[in-house]
Structures are given as structure tokens and as C-alpha cells.
Design a protein around this ligand. Structure first.
Ligand SMILES: [Zn+2]
Length: 64
């Protein structure tokens, strides 16, 4: 489970409308495979509106 959490915490979702950013882990622990930036339709917790959320992977601090 620790690995799953680490992977999820490396992914972030950012609202295209308001710029609110949240880690995928905090959003609900959804997992994403592969590399690259993808977009997902979801409800932003910043502006509370359904928006295209940009999902992207950040480099993990201390991993390299
Ligand atoms: Zn938003």
C-alpha cells in the first residue's frame, strides 16, 4: 500500500478554470498508469465546478 500511496502522491490534478491543484491521492487515490499528461473530467474542489482537470506527474522529492 505504501507504494500505491507514493505513486498517487506523485500525480497531481489541476483545474483549468481556477488553477486549483490537488494531489490525486488527496482527491481520492485514483491511480494512473503510463506517462504523460492527461485530462480528466471531474469536479474541482477549488471552484466546485465540473472542469477538465489536467493530470500530470511530478517528480517525487528525494527519489533521485
Ligand atoms: Zn477550479
Amino acid at each position: 500500500m505504501e507504494r500505491v500511496e507514493a505513486e498517487s502522491r506523485a500525480w497531481f490534478m489541476q483545474c483549468r478554470k481556477c488553477g486549483y491543484e490537488i494531489s490525486v491521492w488527496d482527491y481520492g487515490g485514483l491511480r494512473y498508469r503510463g506517462a504523460g499528461t492527461v485530462y480528466r473530467l471531474g469536479r474541482c474542489r477549488g471552484c466546485q465546478k465540473v472542469s477538465m482537470l489536467r493530470v500530470y506527474q511530478r517528480s517525487q522529492p528525494g527519489s533521485d
